[in-house]
Design a protein around this ligand. Structure first.
Ligand code: B12
Length: 214
């Protein structure tokens, strides 16, 4: 797999080329997680171009479309994945927080968690703290996964944690925040238990938490 060639095609918005390379690499036996990683890296580059005003909203939208089309190609490979899928490990309620509509990363994580043996309920984007908590309660979640890519998502994440405290539910859930901007500082600002910028790392954290309780 020529990572650079694929990344360039995505960054340059050459959808047909990107998808045909993806198909070719799949046929050649490329690892699905590495393929997702190339797309994620390309989207970071597209984000930078947006910041530099080389790209604008239409390009962000186009990037989203290319990523979704690629996900459809890559997903079936993941479905051939681990045996452990049958043995549900724990329940994860996942949402993109209020004010944020980015969902590509969340959808990837949801899919990967499911394939890794978690029971996942994805309640969508732009979800209020009250709904997140109500849904977690109704679902009997062990973990609440919050996605957010905007700086504006930090406060809604914090509010979910605060509201859990107000309702006396903070100790009932592990809260994991995810998205490209997440780091140690944001994690402590929001009061979440952990953060990740990577789906696989996030899944490993969830596995470790569930092993500790079982
Ligand atoms: C595509 C895109 C869009 C698309 C989104 C389409 C969609 N359906 O999601 C559209 C065009 C709608 C969009 C809109 C906007 N966007 Co936008 N967008 C992007 C872009 C280019 C890629 C995002 C993406 O999908 N990345 C790929 C995925 C796979 O990566 P990921 O989300 O990080 O997810 C991975 C991990 O973080 C992790 N993960 C994610 N969530 C979770 C959750 C859990 C629980 C776990 C465990 C793990 C996890 O797992 C994933 C796989 O490893 C980014 C740039 C960037 N690099 O992030 C800008 C970016 C996020 N957007 C940005 C902006 C500014 C906007 C707009 C405000 C633009 C505008 N003026 O309207 C709007 C916001 C609308 C809103 N209210 O949310 C800025 C945010 C800047 C900031 N500091 O706040 C960015 C960073 C671009 C930039 N560099 O300026 N955007």
């Amino acid at each position: 797999m020529d990572i650079q060639l694929l990344k360039e095609a995505v960054v340059e918005m050459q959808e047909e080329k990107a998808l045909s390379l993806t198909k070719q690499y799949i046929e050649e036996g490329a690892d699905p997680v590495s393929l997702f990683q190339v797309y994620q890296d390309a989207l970071v580059e597209i984000g930078k171009r947006y910041e530099q005003e080389i790209y604008f909203i239409p390009e962000l939208m186009m990037a989203g479309e290319i990523m979704n089309a690629a996900s459809e190609l890559i997903k079936p490979l993941l479905a051939e994945g681990p045996e452990e899928a049958k043995n549900k490990k724990g329940k994860v309620l996942i949402a993109t927080v209020q004010g944020d509509i980015h969902d590509i990363g969340k959808n990837i994580v949801t899919m990967m968690m499911d394939l890794n043996g978690f029971e996942v309920k994805d309640i969508g984007v732009d979800v209020s703290k009250d709904r997140i908590i109500a849904e977690a309660e109704a679902f009997g979640a062990d973990i609440i996964g919050l996605s957010g890519l905007l700086t504006l998502a930090f406060d809604p994440m914090k509010e979910v944690v605060e509201e859990l405290k107000v309702q006396g539910l903070r100790d009932k859930y592990k809260v994991l925040i995810g998205g490209g901007q997440m780091d140690e500082n944001i994690c402590s600002y929001t009061g979440a238990d952990a953060f990740t910028t990577d789906a696989i790392a996030g899944i490993n954290m969830c596995k470790a938490w569930m092993e500790r309780v079982s």
